[in-house]
Design a protein around this ligand. Structure first.
Ligand code: SAH
Ligand code: SF4
Ligand code: F3S
Length: 491
């Protein structure tokens, strides 16, 4: 019998990508295999995002097309998971009667059980309001089908305890929970043994990693007795260090995972500027494996708007932290997120954003138009909502400023030799390979020999655009070590 096939479409951020890997792992453990394309799949999973409004629109569009497909192919099963499902359950149920399983962000591990249940008794929706089974809450902790062999995501924290007034994430991902230090180091060791040499640590606010661990777990004697408190909370090595801090900091985690043999690149996202500590900058500078890239979301350059957003820093403080990071870490690339058109943003506020963005000289900026999300504080500021045309004009002016600095940063690299990791065939030009530099820049280069994803090479940069570099292969440094080879096409 030919096995049933699945396809997953992921919307949103890396946390969702990582959850999707986990859903894929569960489906494969249940005997399914990846479909050749989304139109052939027997099981289609839509792992959703609700950070901005257009995310919703995209989902309902896709669901409409799947309804027609299901009418033609009644065996087709549809799962909707992720943040929008968590947030929008009633609406989703109303508009998507043809969906077999709806599950939220806290019960991803139940995907296959629910699918079996739906086969027996019809469409099912199961959404938990919080993480009930903590060990199961961390996507990396269970079977995962990784898309690439040489790189892996490791979620170090789920949820968010911040209160940014525009943001829906805390209400869909719940309170902040850090994964125990020892478990994380052990997982990275396992990944390295599997041939992974690049990891990306994931959390909504990675710099507050561990804040909940000491408080929560030390009170929880039962949990500690079951799991061996020190090894779990802190990792055996960390716990044995007489000079250790009261709790492990994110900086300690960076140092510990960088020290794992075989790990050559460590990335992380996102650190909140208010919590970016000197220890983190020092750990980035002192551990050679940590990549020279910092994603530091600015959101706005106006202090009044930053206050209204509840961000906890001023523009000046942001620029000071940025300067400290650049002074401490050699050849650091910096990317950011900026929101335009927050309620009440005046011309003067926006001019300040332009100034700060120009001064910060970002390598890359993700710019967003404010999107009111029901349930957030800023969505109630309706009296201060701005004219969309005005916001559109501001958006394109900001784009001009951030593109200018991105192009300058990329052009400054022409003539340098970069150490890259191959990601796959370039989407821009199939005769070239796409690779990443330590600064997280996309570098396209030609190679006579087909280099596998994960291959490390040095490449001379010969040209640059605002979002990519092009170059020529100098030499291959190392072949990938991982066993499974999955062809990928990259940026
Ligand atoms: N935890 C991450 C952000 C995750 S959301 C952090 O704090 O860095 C990614 C980005 O989406 C945010 O940085 C913000 O710029 C943008 N964003 C979030 N909510 C938004 C909204 N309601 N409208 C527009 N952009 C938003
Ligand atoms: Fe949202 Fe702010 Fe938390 Fe980031 S830190 S997820 S922007 S609430
Ligand atoms: Fe979207 Fe959820 Fe990520 S709302 S940005 S998928 S945490």
């Amino acid at each position: 019998m030919t096995p049933r096939t699945y396809a997953i479409r992921t919307f949103g951020c890396q946390m969702n990508e990582h959850d999707s890997e986990r859903i894929a792992g569960l489906l494969e453990a249940d005997g399914l295999v990846p479909a050749l394309g989304p139109d052939d799949a027997d099981v289609v999973v839509l792992n959703t995002c609700c950070i901005r409004e257009n995310a919703d629109n995209k989902l309902y569009g896709t669901l409409g097309r799947l309804k027609t497909a299901k009418e033609q192919r009644p065996g087709l099963e549809i799962i909707v998971s992720g943040c929008l499902a968590q947030n929008d359950r009633e609406e989703l149920q109303r508009r998507a009667g043809h969906v077999d399983v709806i599950l939220g962000t806290h019960n991803v591990h139940r995907a296959v059980d629910l699918l079996h249940q739906a086969r027996e008794s019809g469409p099912i929706m199961e959404i938990w309001d919080e993480a009930l089974e903590e060990a199961e809450s961390f996507p990396s902790a269970l079977a995962v089908r990784r898309e690439v062999g040489h790189a892996a995501w490791v979620s170090i924290q789920i949820g968010c305890d911040n209160t940014c007034t525009y943001c829906i994430v805390p209400s869909v991902r719940g309170r902040e929970l850090s994964r125990p230090f020892g478990e994380l180091v052990a997982e990275v060791q396992r990944l390295a043994a599997d041939g992974v040499h690049e990891i990306t640590l994931l959390g909504q606010n990675v710099n507050s990693y561990g804040r909940d661990l000491t408080l929560q777990r030390r009170q929880d004697a039962d949990h500690d007795a079951d799991h061996g408190a020190d090894a779990l909370i802190a990792g055996a090595q960390w716990a044995a260090d007489p000079a250790r801090r009261v709790r492990p900091l994110f900086a300690d985690l960076l140092a510990a995972v960088s020290a794992v043999e075989g790990i050559e690149r460590v990335r992380f996202t996102s650190p909140h500027p208010k919590d970016l500590r000197p220890e983190t900058i020092a750990a980035m500078a002192d551990n050679a494996a940590v990549c020279n890239h910092l994603h530091l979301p600015l959101q706005s350059g106006s202090d009044a708007i930053l206050t209204a957003m509840h961000r906890g820093y001023t523009a000046e403080r942001y620029l000071e932290k940025l300067a400290a990071a650049r002074a401490g870490i050699e050849d650091l690339a910096v990317s950011t997120d900026i929101i335009v058109g927050f309620p009440g943003e005046t011309d003067a506020d926006f001019e300040r954003t332009l100034e700060v963005a120009a001064e910060a000289e970002f390598d890359l900026a993700f710019t967003f138009i404010f999107s009111p999300r029901d349930g957030t504080v800023a969505a109630t500021y309706t009296d201060r909502f701005l004219d969309p045309d005005l916001v559109g004009r501001r958006y394109s002016r900001l784009h001009t400023v951030t593109e200018r600095s991105a192009l300058a940063k990329h052009r400054a690299r022409i003539g340098r030799i970069e150490e890259v990791v191959v990601e796959g065939v370039s989407k821009r030009n199939e005769s070239m390979l796409a690779s990443r530099t330590r600064q997280n820049k996309l570098l396209h280069f030609a190679s006579a020999a087909p280099l596998r994803p994960g291959t490390r090479a040095s490449v001379l940069v010969t040209d640059a655009g605002a979002h990519y570099l092009t170059g020529e292969l100098v030499e291959v440094l190392a072949a990938p070590r991982h066993r499974t080879r999955i062809p990928v096409t990259a940026g």
